[in-house]
Each structure stands twice: as structure tokens, then as C-alpha cells.
Design a protein around this ligand. Structure first.
Ligand SMILES: Cc1cc2nc3c(=O)[nH]c(=O)nc-3n(C[C@H](O)[C@H](O)[C@H](O)COP(=O)(O)OP(=O)(O)OC[C@H]3O[C@@H](n4cnc5c(N)ncnc54)[C@H](O)[C@@H]3O)c2cc1C
Length: 430
């Protein structure tokens, strides 16, 4: 059997540079049988495999590249409660009862993430110190106050902080209007978390393979036969967890989201006095600008910022310069300090801005479209999928299951995001 040591993101990613122990696994080179086949080794697939194995199901997971190759190894590491859209919007879209169940499951998602980290002693620089959705201008507080009320109605401990507190907790003279502080949220090293989930799943008996892309899925009698170039898995049920990184063999999942880029830049460890002055209590921060920007400082004192867009070709210099200018305004104490890392990732965006759990064929489920909020949601969905696949009872499943939803004009709409954000960044730079 071939040992596979994944290269993962293959860019100048901070997470790649600092993820100490990369899991070594085999590529699939045999014929196996399992209760459930999971395709995709991000949080959704790994959490599904872990929770299925915990419940005694036999499970095989196939990852095309390496664990965390997709969004799960590239993200900003903010473990936030809820989804991108507000609880009120979720209820409007899904109806009151379905929306309530959805909101509740997502509100509790940081707890599941941090509980798993503790239970399996996942070494991923986890810090449940809270995150802040911070206002970039005074008028944004109206939106944040309304959103905070909605969060509190579903039991969240989130609370509004005033301008002085926001400024003290951010260390930025620009973030002086207030925000929502959620003390149950926090930050992780995203790639280490993915690796830790893979280890936990494997310890519980799941069989995990990297460098083993699904090529073909066919129905034979009452089973699914999944083929890779060198092996085969026969399974009763299949979870396609390929999300925004779905390829041609992902059974149409690719068509269900628009691939939208987010980029990140990180400094090397800042001088201690500078690091101590920025986000001193190490909250994760994301702001209310149209071009949402997140900031955090990791355990080593590196400042990590993210915003919308890719870094390919000449976009890289435009976007990095824009980010530097923004950083100088937000955190003037970093002026003159170069970026040491930069990398990108794709998020799966849907028209409704809500994730989908799709049934592609009998026994084939495909969650997708997390719209940029997937650490908690991916982990929670994996757990609920495992519960429902093992029990066969969908009554307790807090999400609506729908047929494959294809986004129309995917490429042009994704290009619209890419050029739209670029235009805003160019205007902002003048
Ligand atoms: C830059 C960036 C910043 C983000 N920041 C945050 C954040 O701060 N907080 C947050 O909650 N969320 C954030 N997100 C979103 C979050 O990272 C994703 O929603 C989440 O990781 C999705 O997990 P997943 O397991 O569903 O999919 P992925 O992690 O994308 O995994 C899909 C996997 O499927 C594999 N695959 C594809 N085709 C095949 C095949 N044929 N056979 C086998 N395997 C296949 C891929 O290689 C990939 O590893 C961010 C995303 C990005 C890109």
C-alpha cells in the first residue's frame, strides 16, 4: 500500500507552515465494504466519519487530496455561533418551526467544536475566549443590536459592547462604535483541527484514505459502489461532503454553490509590545463593512486578516496593498511590518445564503453551501448526519432535506463577486 503524506494547500499558508503533525494515511488500494461511505475530508466529512464510528457504524472516508485541503484547512479559524444570515432571516426562509430547529442547532455549534477538542485532546491552539462582530461605523450598531436581540431570543449569551469596550478589546482606534461579543465562540488553528478530527475518527475505527478521489459512484442492487483509480468501496449509504471543493465526480454537488474566494494575509510574530496592543484578549473579530474583514492574533503574536477575493495573477499585489493600507488604518502600530504569509480559499455561496442538505439519490446525502461559516456548521452537520443515518429516524434531524439545487450562471455570478470586490478594493485604495 502507498503511504500518502499530503501537501495540503500548497500555497504560502500560515496554517500549512504551522501544522506540526500531518496525518499519514494510505491511498485506497483494495475493495472494502462499509455501512457508510463519506467522500471529502473537511470538517463535514471528518465529523460525519467520527460520529458514525463513535456509534459503531463501519465507515470509510475518501479524500481526494489531503485532510483539510478544502475550506477546512484554509479558513480564518473563527468558531462562531449561528450561520452567516440572522436567525430572523433563517426563520423567514425555512418557516418558523424548521427555522427554530436550524437556529438552535447552529447556535450551539461552538460548544460541540470545543467539546470535541477537549474530549479528543485535539492540539489546535483552541481558545474559547469569544468573538466580536464589530461595527466599523456608528450606524452599523442598529443592525448589530437587532441581531443580538435575535441571538438572545434563542438562548445565546451574546451581548452588546459599547464603543469604549470595542476599542479596548480590538486595540484599534477605528473600531470605536461597539459590537456583539459572544463569549461562547472562539478561535482555532483550522488545519490542526481538521487533522485532529481525522485522528479521532481513525481512533474510533473509521477507515480514512487520502489521495483517493472518488471517480465513479454506481448503484448495484441495494448498494452503492464507489470507485477510485485503485480501489472500491461498497456501502449502503453515502455522504458527499465535498462542498465548495467538489470536483467533476462529486455527483453534481459542484453545481449547487458558487465558488467565491476569500484571501488571508498574516504577519510573522509581531514585536511583543505591538502584539499585546492588538486584540489583547485574543478574541476573533469580524467587522460590518461590505467587504467584511476579519482580524485575529494567534498564540505566537501573528496578526491574521482576511477579506473577499482571490490572489491569483495581478490581483495579488492589488489586494495585498489594499489589505496593508486597511491594516495601517485599523492597527497603525503595525505600520511598516511586512506580511509573511498569504493564501486563499473558496467558499460555497448559495442564492439564499443558507446551506443545503441535499439528497442526490436514495441513500446519498450532500451538505453544501456554508456561505463562509463552516467550522461549527460542518462539525454539527456531521454529528446530526451520523445520528440520523444510524437511527434511520429523520424526525430529529434539525435541517430540511431537499433535492439537488443547481445554481444558475455559476461562473458569471462568481466572476461578479470577484470583480465586484476588486472594484471596491480599488476605489477604497484611492
Ligand atoms: C478563506 C476562508 C475563510 C473562512 N473563514 C471561516 C471562519 O473563520 N469561520 C468559519 O466558521 N468558516 C470559515 N470558512 C468556511 C469554512 O472553512 C468552510 O465552510 C468549511 O471548511 C467547509 O467544510 P467542508 O468539510 O464542508 O468542506 P471542505 O473543507 O471544502 O472539504 C471538502 C473536501 O472534499 C474533497 N473532495 C472534493 N472532491 C472529491 C472527490 N471526488 N473525492 C474525494 N474527495 C473530494 C476536497 O479535496 C476537500 O478536502 C472560511 C472559508 C475560507 C475558504
Amino acid at each position: 500500500m502507498t503511504q500518502y503524506i499530503p501537501q495540503n494547500v500548497g500555497e504560502n499558508s500560515l496554517w500549512n507552515h504551522t501544522a506540526a503533525s500531518i496525518p499519514v494515511t494510505k491511498t485506497l488500494e483494495e475493495s472494502l465494504q462499509a455501512d457508510v461511505l463519506v467522500v471529502g475530508g473537511g470538517y463535514t466529512g471528518l465529523s460525519s466519519a467520527l460520529h458514525l464510528a463513535e456509534k459503531g457504524a463501519s465507515v470509510v472516508l475518501l479524500e481526494a487530496k489531503g485532510f483539510g485541503f478544502g475550506g477546512s484547512g484554509r479558513n480564518a479559524g473563527l468558531v462562531n455561533a449561528g450561520v452567516w444570515k440572522s436567525p430572523e432571516y433563517v426563520e423567514q426562509q425555512l418557516g418558523q418551526e424548521q427555522g427554530r430547529r436550524f437556529n438552535q442547532a447552529m447556535q450551539d455549534s461552538p460548544r460541540l467544536v470545543f467539546d470535541l477538542i477537549e474530549q479528543y485532546r485535539i492540539d489546535c491552539d483552541a481558545s474559547q475566549c469569544g468573538t466580536i462582530n464589530i461595527a466599523h461605523k456608528a450606524s452599523a450598531m442598529r443592525y448589530l443590536e437587532h441581531r443580538c436581540e435575535q441571538m438572545q431570543k434563542i438562548g445565546a449569551q451574546a451581548r452588546i459592547i459599547d464603543g469604549d469596550t470595542a476599542q479596548a478589546l480590538s486595540g484599534s482606534p477605528k473600531y470605536r462604535h461597539g459590537g456583539i461579543l459572544d463569549p461562547t465562540a472562539g478561535t482555532i488553528h483550522p488545519l490542526k483541527y481538521a487533522f485532529g478530527l481525522s485522528q479521532a475518527a481513525s481512533t474510533n475505527g473509521a477507515k480514512l484514505y487520502q489521495d483517493s478521489p472518488l471517480d465513479k459512484l454506481t448503484r448495484q442492487d441495494n448498494h452503492w459502489i464507489a470507485e477510485t483509480s485503485s480501489g472500491q468501496v461498497k456501502a449502503e449509504q453515502v455522504v458527499i461532503a465535498t462542498n465548495a471543493y467538489a470536483d467533476d465526480h462529486s455527483q453534481g454537488v459542484r453545481e449547487s454553490t458558487l465558488p467565491v474566494y476569500i484571501f488571508q494575509c498574516a504577519t510573522a510574530a509581531l514585536p511583543p509590545a505591538v502584539a499585546d496592543s492588538i486584540i489583547p484578549q485574543r478574541h476573533g473579530l469580524w467587522d460590518t463593512r461590505t467587504l467584511m474583514t476579519s482580524s485575529r492574533v494567534d498564540n505566537e503574536g501573528r496578526l491574521i486578516m482576511s477579506s473577499a477575493g482571490s490572489l491569483s495573477g495581478f490581483y495579488r499585489s492589488i489586494r495585498q496593498s489594499w489589505m496593508t493600507r486597511l491594516r495601517n488604518k485599523l492597527y497603525p502600530q503595525t505600520r511598516g511590518i511586512p506580511w509573511a504569509y498569504h493564501w486563499t480559499g473558496q467558499v460555497g455561496v448559495t442564492s439564499t445564503k443558507l446551506l443545503r442538505i441535499q439528497v442526490l439519490a436514495p441513500g446519498v446525502l450532500a451538505p453544501a453551501g456554508y456561505n463562509g461559516r463552516g467550522i461549527g456548521p460542518g462539525t454539527v452537520i456531521g454529528k446530526h448526519l451520523a445520528d440520523t443515518l444510524v437511527s434511520g429516524n429523520r424526525d430529529e434531524f434539525p435541517f430540511q432535506i431537499e433535492s439537488l439545487q443547481r445554481e444558475s450562471w455559476r461562473k458569471s455570478r462568481a466572476a461578479y463577486y470577484e470583480y465586484g470586490t476588486l472594484a471596491l478594493q480599488l476605489i477604497d485604495s484611492r
